[in-house]
Design a binder for this molecule. Sequence first.
Ligand SMILES: [Zn+2]
Length: 72
Amino acid sequence: MILKLIIFAIVGLLLYKILGGNFLQIKRRSDEKKLDEDTLVECNRCKTYVTLKESLIVDGKYYCSKECIKKQ
Ligand SMILES: [Zn+2]
């Protein structure tokens, strides 16, 4: 009876660790995604700040619009 309780406790602890680990990984992944899309980057031409998802990247440099790329 005591042995069953110990096994149950160990299984419960393992489940808690596995579920807790997965929860943290999911949370971290969603934070990274949010950071990527909403991070402000400076336009290499006009110095306007735009979010990463709105920016255009040419040769590793960020631009706010196609017009700024053409002016280069
Ligand atoms: Zn610009």
